[in-house]
Structures are given as structure tokens and as C-alpha cells.
Design a protein around this ligand. Structure first.
Ligand code: AHR
Length: 496
């Protein structure tokens, strides 16, 4: 047996924060407008302007947290333009994303209403790059203050009597790039200043998130942690899986086996990035008080031919499902440090879980992975050892199988397994240590396909969808599973 996994069912290693299953929504392309907001007069079924089909689909995967309004858009966003009567709101050019007119119809009230409908936590990104301390401070006051103040009164005049509960607040986005092209020393000082005025009003407690590094910029992490760790609750990390380079990222659906392998290899790099950034964080925060929040991750391909390149619209195949499954397994293994992650982006942009076309909506293979994996939300990570075969391609090697396991509050064990190979199945023996002698039942769900570029379309919305996984046998407390090539599988084990 080439692949052997031992799950220590009686050794928990920490809670998998459900916020690892978070999403990101930016004023970019058709994410907010069309994807979420269609307006109250739209023929598309909506509640107060927000699409019903999208809300239902996101609730099904138990979306825990949603980041907004950007992204690069956040450091150009002036929140006061997006409150009050919609017809009076300022119109502006979205210079980052396609140069289209932003009418500000979706603003603070609409976003927080959406989060209430989704029953998820809002995560707001504040503007450091082109905003002021006062503007950021007043935004927090507007949303969360329950007393007599100019901002609270303005909120009430705009129709919201009681404040909202807003926990997660980011002080800037990519301030090393689109958020101001700053040096880490300069940003660290600005962070210290801006966050001072991000106040806790009443019972509302803000979790302050500093702008962390791009990919492997360990110098940024070192400097910002050294200078500002005392003033933050978390720090972010951004890493996108790009098969090619920025000038030629590669197609989302038309790719070679080499590109399949290269994409998964790059997705696996997330493990090293988190380990190395965590080591730097350990130096300043050995007790792991400060969380690492991977608030932008996922695949980034060339925009779909015929679409506005500034809209970043791409299809989503079984390859994306593998990237999602592998990455979520990595986040689980680092649950002592990774407290949130936000895949980019929720609808119609980059590695989306949902695509829309007019009134039509489809769920992508990535959606199905989030649905299958939701059982890990807030579960205890189980200690797991594995020895797996190499997936070899063109002289390069990566592990063929990715795995993680958790135990939920009702004692059910869930094991998620990805077979990365595009051509070979994987026989895996899973020994459940710590369950010996207990009566055990196992069920499973699998997402797989026959072609590397299989994807769902508006004509064939279920081309890639989960099915019952039956290719396993149970002997005592050992499971022997035959994973299909390019598949994501989740097993549920009930013992006792
Ligand atoms: O998600 C698209 C963009 O990628 C975001 O706006 C930015 O933060 C990142 O560079």
C-alpha cells in the first residue's frame, strides 16, 4: 500500500476556526453589481435589492464571514459616498477595475444587510491609502455607536436605528502595492496611528487586522510584526495560485497536463508560506495571540476571452476544486495560527464559488468543495500522520494525496482527501488509531471528473457535482479507499 494515513482519533490539535471558510467581495467586475446587488426593481428575484438565489446558495455552505469593499478598491473607497438616498449618491470611476462607473448604490447599509441575511460576520477593509484617520474613525462610529453623536444620528437618519455589530476591521489593503506603495516601516507607523482611532463602542469589540505581506515578502512580515504587533489582533497574507506569470497567467479551461501539475505544485506552496511567516510571527508573538488571516487566496487565470479584462472573470474547473481542497487542508493543519481565510472572490471574479449570467446562476466545482468541507468548520483538528506516494510529472514530484481530519462537537470524524494526479487513482489505507473496538460506520462524498478541464456551464450546470463515494472497505478500524484520479473526497466516520 503506497499511501498510508494514520488518524489519531483521540488526539485533538486545536479548533479549525470556521472563518477559514470565509469569502471576499469587492467592487470589481460583476461581483457586487449583478452578482449580489440587482436593485429592488430588478426582475431577478431579490430581497431589498439582493439576489435570493445567491443568498440561499451561500447560506447552504454556511459562509461564516464576508470581506468588503476590497481589495484595491478599499483604498480608494470613501464610505460617505455610499450612504443616504441612493439616487443622491456620488458616482465615481472605478479606476482599478475596468474604468466603469460606480454609482455607490451598494454601500455600508446594503453590505451589512447582506451579512444579516447570510447570518455571517462582516469584515470591513478601511482606507489607509487615500483616506484619512478621521474618515476611518467616523466609519466605525457610524456603524457601531449607540449613543448621541453626529455619525450615529446620521445613520439613524439614513434608516438604521440600532448600530450593527462589526467585529473584523482591516486597516488598509495591500499597502505595499495598490494601497499606497508604502515601505513596511512607514506602513507600520501609519497602522499604529490609524488603529488608535478604531474604537470599541458599547459591547462591540473590534478585531483589528494589519496589512501583511505579499506572498513571500518575509521582510514586510518581520518589520510590521516588530513595530506593531502589540496593536493588532491579526495580520493578513495574500497569495494567489497563478500557473504562468503575471503577463501570461494561463487559461482557466484550456490548459495542458503540465499546467495542471504546475498549478497544484504552486497551490502546495501555501504550506511553506504559512510556516515561514508563522515562524517570524512566533518571534514577536510566541503565544500565538495574533492570528494570520489569508484574506486573499485562490487561482488567478487570464480573464475569459471576450470579457472585460479588468473584470477578472474566469471559469472554474475540477483543477480549481483541487486547489481549494489542498489549500483548505493546509489551513486546517495550521489552525493554531490561521484564524481566517477569504477566497477571492465570492461571485464572478477569480476563483468564485458562484457564477451568474443575467437571472441564471451556477455553482462551481469550488463551491462543491466548500459544501463538502463545511463539516470541518469549528471542529477539532485531529493529529494525522501520512506517508504518500509521489505524483511525478515530467521529472518533477509532489505528494499525490493531501489529507486532513477533524472531529466535530458530536464526535463525528471527517477526513478530506485530495488525489492530485490527473491520471492515476490512489489506494489509501486509513488507520483510525484511538477507535479500536468501537463499532464504526463510514460514508463518503466524492467530487471528480473525467477531464482535467471539466466545469459547469449555464447549459450544463451539473457537469461537475458531488456523488456518493462507495469505493472503500472497512476492516476493524482501517479504511481502504480507492480515490479516483483528480478527485476530492470527504469521509464521515461515526464510531460507538
Ligand atoms: O482580488 C483582486 C485583487 O487582488 C485585489 O483587489 C487586490 O487586493 C489583489 O491584488
Amino acid at each position: 500500500m503506497a499511501n498510508r494515513v494514520t488518524i489519531n482519533a483521540d488526539i485533538a490539535k486545536g479548533k479549525i476556526n470556521r472563518n477559514i471558510y470565509g469569502h471576499f467581495s469587492e467592487h470589481l467586475g460583476r461581483c457586487i453589481y449583478e452578482g449580489i446587488w440587482v436593485g429592488e426593481d430588478s426582475p431577478i428575484p431579490n430581497t431589498n435589492g439582493i439576489r435570493n438565489d445567491v443568498v440561499d446558495a451561500l447560506k447552504k455552505i454556511k459562509i461564516p464571514v464576508l470581506r468588503w469593499p476590497g481589495g484595491c478598491f478599499a483604498d480608494e473607497y470613501h464610505w460617505k459616498d455610499g450612504v443616504g438616498p441612493r439616487e443622491e449618491r456620488k458616482r465615481m470611476i472605478n479606476t482599478h477595475w475596468g474604468g466603469v462607473v460606480e454609482n455607490n448604490h451598494f454601500g455600508t447599509h446594503e453590505f451589512l444587510m447582506l451579512c444579516e441575511m447570510l447570518e455571517c460576520e462582516p469584515y470591513i477593509s478601511g482606507n489607509v491609502g487615500s483616506g484619512t484617520v478621521q474618515e476611518m474613525s467616523e466609519w466605525v462610529e457610524y456603524m457601531t455607536f449607540d449613543g448621541v453623536s453626529p455619525m450615529a444620528e446620521w445613520r439613524q437618519k439614513n434608516g438604521r436605528e440600532k448600530p450593527w455589530s462589526v467585529k473584523y476591521f482591516g486597516v488598509g489593503n495591500e499597502n505595499w502595492g495598490c494601497g499606497g506603495n508604502m515601505r513596511p516601516e512607514y506602513y507600520a507607523d501609519l497602522y499604529r496611528r490609524f488603529q488608535t482611532y478604531v474604537r470599541n463602542y458599547g459591547d462591540n469589540r473590534i478585531h483589528k487586522i494589519a496589512c501583511g505581506p505579499n506572498v513571500d515578502d518575509y521582510g514586510w512580515m518581520e518589520t510590521v510584526m516588530r513595530e506593531a504587533h502589540r496593536f493588532m489582533d491579526s495580520i493578513s497574507l495574500h497569495y494567489y495560485t497563478i500557473p504562468g506569470d503575471w503577463s501570461n497567467k494561463g487559461s482557466s479551461t484550456d490548459f495542458t497536463d503540465n499546467e495542471w501539475f504546475g498549478t497544484l505544485k504552486k497551490a502546495l506552496w501555501m504550506d511553506e508560506l504559512i510556516s515561514k511567516h508563522s515562524t517570524i510571527m512566533d518571534k514577536y508573538d510566541p503565544n500565538k495571540r495574533v492570528g494570520l488571516i489569508v484574506d486573499e487566496w485562490g487561482t488567478w487565470f487570464d480573464a475569459e476571452p471576450g470579457t472585460n479584462p479588468g473584470f477578472l472573470y474566469q471559469q472554474n474547473t475540477i483543477r480549481d476544486a483541487l486547489v481549494a481542497g489542498i489549500t483548505l487542508n493546509i489551513f486546517h493543519q495550521h489552525c493554531d495560527r490561521v484564524q481566517m481565510a477569504n477566497i477571492a472572490q465570492v461571485i464572478n471574479v477569480l476563483q468564485s464559488v458562484i457564477l451568474t449570467e443575467g437571472e441564471k446562476m451556477i455553482l462551481t466545482p469550488t463551491y462543491h468543495v466548500f459544501d463538502m468541507y463545511k463539516v470541518h468548520q469549528d471542529a477539532e483538528l485531529l493529529s494525522t500522520d501520512w506517508v504518500v506516494a509521489d505524483y511525478e510529472h515530467d521529472g518533477n514530484r509532489i505528494p499525490q494525496v493531501s489529507v486532513s481530519a477533524s472531529k466535530d462537537s458530536e464526535g463525528r470524524i471527517h477526513i478530506s482527501l485530495c488525489n492530485l494526479s490527473h491520471e492515476s487513482g490512489a489506494d489509501v489505507q486509513i488507520d483510525l488509531r484511538g477507535l479500536a473496538g468501537q463499532k464504526t460506520t463510514v460514508t463518503g462524498t466524492e467530487l471528480s471528473s473525467q477531464a482535467t478541464n471539466a466545469h459547469n456551464t449555464f447549459e450544463r450546470p451539473d457537469a461537475v457535482s458531488p456523488s456518493e463515494f462507495k469505493a472503500f472497505s472497512l476492516e476493524g478500524s482501517s479504511i481502504r479507499a480507492q480515490l479516483s484520479p483528480m478527485s476530492v473526497t470527504v469521509l464521515e466516520v461515526i464510531a460507538g
